[in-house]
Ligand binder design. Structure first.
Ligand SMILES: [Zn+2]
Length: 93
């Protein structure tokens, strides 16, 4: 039985919506789900996570920022979130 995409209301019969690309297995938002799935995955994701963004900013900062500004953002951590995280880590340390 096909599910319905919560983002665009299209019929979805695979793991991702063919219309907008959103994951079809979106669960109800909870703090536990946010910490276990979203935060940990975004921080540790090798391809587009927090540490990937640090590596890109250290190795080729101009290229990384230019890609982000031009709209190629799928591989990059959100830079506003990145700055907030860096400031928070700085205050904790
Ligand atoms: Zn969709």
């Amino acid at each position: 039985m096909a599910k319905q995409c919560l983002n665009c209301n299209q019929s979805v019969d695979s793991n991702f919506c063919p219309h907008c690309g959103q994951n079809a297995a979106i669960q109800r938002f909870s703090l536990k789900q946010f910490i276990l799935n979203d935060l940990v995955n975004s921080l540790l994701n090798i391809d587009k996570g927090f540490f990937y963004t640090i590596k890109e900013l250290m190795s080729r900062p101009g290229h990384s920022i230019r890609e982000y500004i031009e709209g190629k953002r799928v591989n990059h951590f959100n830079y506003l979130t990145f700055v907030i995280l860096i400031i928070t880590i700085g205050h904790i340390v």
